[in-house]
Design a protein around this ligand. Structure first.
Ligand code: FES
Length: 313
């Protein structure tokens, strides 16, 4: 996993593909590809999707993602190796990642890592406890340096347990005592969950789920309102039988408005019609030679314009 690599039993192609080549996963894979102008741009979320389904990323899953994104398997493998969040081997139920990077290091991360290794009786290079509950990994900057030293438990930041949930309150960093508290919380969770969470035969962790985290640290709060609207793709123009012009495109249905603009003789684009994200086509009369483009808008922010399509004679 991550930067260290031990030998892992790899499931067969059939085992992996039988879990990924199913309608619910394929639908999401197709949706990911549609989001980008070229399939290769979807590689990171595609690997993430495979990991979500399998709990980790066997080599065959990387090959599957490569196929979906039209890149070579070795390219996808290289990308997956760069990020510690892609797991190249199954982990215990609680995947503890402790940051060893500069800020956390100077604030005492090494002491905590040593304590964690001792307490859990495993190594911090991807070691898993004998009861399969914990996998411990030292990682590079988790992007929460202000709270350093910090730890992630599965997909969530955790430097403390507050009101019975994992949390990373502002200014509260990980200490040996808080590490013990978090480990006790995890053990408690494991005990109180009557049923084992649904686990794949090939292993993998499950999300601890649902804790609010520090303000701004959970994904809900991070929904970027600064992101521009996704641009309109594949704008094209056809003539209808009655001589009108039909314009079609691909756009994210969630955008608040689509601005269809036109120009003649290479002058400035001017607004022709304003449509909604749900609209799929526009039909009207336009002289030959008119150039069209479309700009999507979300929360008052405009995306870069689509390609330009021209009305043929
Ligand atoms: S250095 Fe540890 S989170 Fe950035």
């Amino acid at each position: 996993m991550g930067h260290c690599h031990t030998k892992v039993d790899q499931p067969s192609t059939d085992e992996v593909f039988s879990k990924l080549e199913i309608p619910s996963v394929l639908e999401r894979a197709e949706e990911l590809v549609r989001r980008y102008p070229v399939p290769r741009s979807a590689l990171l979320p595609m690997l993430w999707l495979a990991q979500e389904v399998l709990g980790w990323l066997p080599q065959e899953a990387i090959r599957w993602a490569a196929g979906k994104c039209e890149v070579s398997p070795v390219h996808a493998y290289g990308v997956s190796m760069f990020y510690t969040m892609y797991k190249k081997e199954p982990t215990g139920r609680f995947f503890l990642q402790i940051c060893q990077n500069v800020s956390c290091h100077v604030l005492g991360a090494e002491d905590i890592i040593a304590h964690a290794e001792k307490t859990l009786e495993t190594t911090s290079h991807g070691g898993t406890t004998s009861d399969n509950l914990f996998t411990l990994l030292r990682v590079e900057c988790l992007g929460a340096c202000g709270n350093g030293p910090v730890m992630q438990v599965n997909d969530d930041f955790a430097t403390d347990v507050v009101d019975g949930a994992l949390a990373m309150p502002t200014g509260v960093s990980l200490t040996k005592e808080r590490f013990d508290k978090i480990v006790a919380w995890c053990r408690q969770q494991a005990k109180s969950q009557q049923k084992e969470p649904v686990r794949d035969a090939s292993g993998g962790a499950f999300r601890t789920g649902g804790h609010p985290g520090a303000k701004g640290a959970n994904t809900a709060a991070q929904k970027p309102d600064y992101a521009p609207a996704p641009p309109v793709l594949g704008l094209s123009v056809q003539k209808t039988e009655d001589g009108k012009v039909k314009v079609t495109w691909r756009a994210d249905a969630g955008v608040s408005a689509l601005h269809l603009e036109n120009r003649t003789n290479g002058t400035e684009f001017i607004s022709l019609a304003t449509l909604t994200g749900k609209d799929k086509e526009w039909v009207g009369e336009l002289p030959a030679g008119t150039e069209l483009r479309m700009v999507s808008e979300s929360q008052g922010r405009r995306a870069k314009p689509s390609n330009i399509a021209k009305v043929e004679a």
